[in-house]
Design a protein around this ligand. Structure first.
Ligand SMILES: [Zn+2]
Ligand SMILES: [Zn+2]
Length: 157
């Protein structure tokens, strides 16, 4: 498989982007991928990015503690999942940028499998989606998202 851009070098990277009306698939060599600005996350899966981000520690982490289950942000980063539903609210601001980066990597390198994604982050994303759906009065979507949250055992969404 040759690079779609230069048709010269063998493609080493596969990108898939799902747009509302079509799916764009690209096979690129390292060079062309970097020209398109796509190389930043080339070899990291969302899971790897998550782990990398979770390893970034700050002194503050120990002081941010869930009032319900007493899990600290530092501990959350260590175990990679929430202690309780309240943790999501407690750590909200601190993990929002992590979620954003994982979303971006999903878009650029395609999703191989969602099985590696932490359950807590799935729930967090669903809650965000639910909020957006309600904001835009897409009640049918909201109902579907609520069903998914129920699958995770969350009833109060
Ligand atoms: Zn190329
Ligand atoms: Zn908690």
């Amino acid at each position: 498989m040759l690079c779609d851009d230069c048709r010269n070098k063998p493609a080493s990277i596969f990108f898939k982007e799902v747009l509302p009306d079509k799916t764009v698939e690209l096979h690129l060599c390292d060079e062309c991928a970097s020209k398109r600005g796509l190389l930043v996350t080339k070899k990291l899966s969302p899971q790897e990015i998550l782990q990398k981000l979770l390893r970034q520690k700050s002194a503050q982490d120990e002081k941010i503690i869930c009032p319900n289950c007493y899990m600290s942000l530092a501990e959350f980063k260590r175990v990679g999942r929430f202690g309780c539903n309240q943790c999501i609210t407690t750590f909200d601001d601190h993990i929002k940028h992590l979620i954003k980066q994982i979303h971006q990597s999903d878009r650029h390198i395609g999703r191989k499998s969602s099985s590696g994604t932490k359950k807590g982050f799935e729930i967090y994303k669903l809650r965000e989606d639910l909020k957006n759906a309600l904001d835009s009065e897409a009640y049918e979507d909201a109902a579907k998202i609520r069903d998914k949250l129920k699958d995770y055992g969350i009833e109060d969404a």
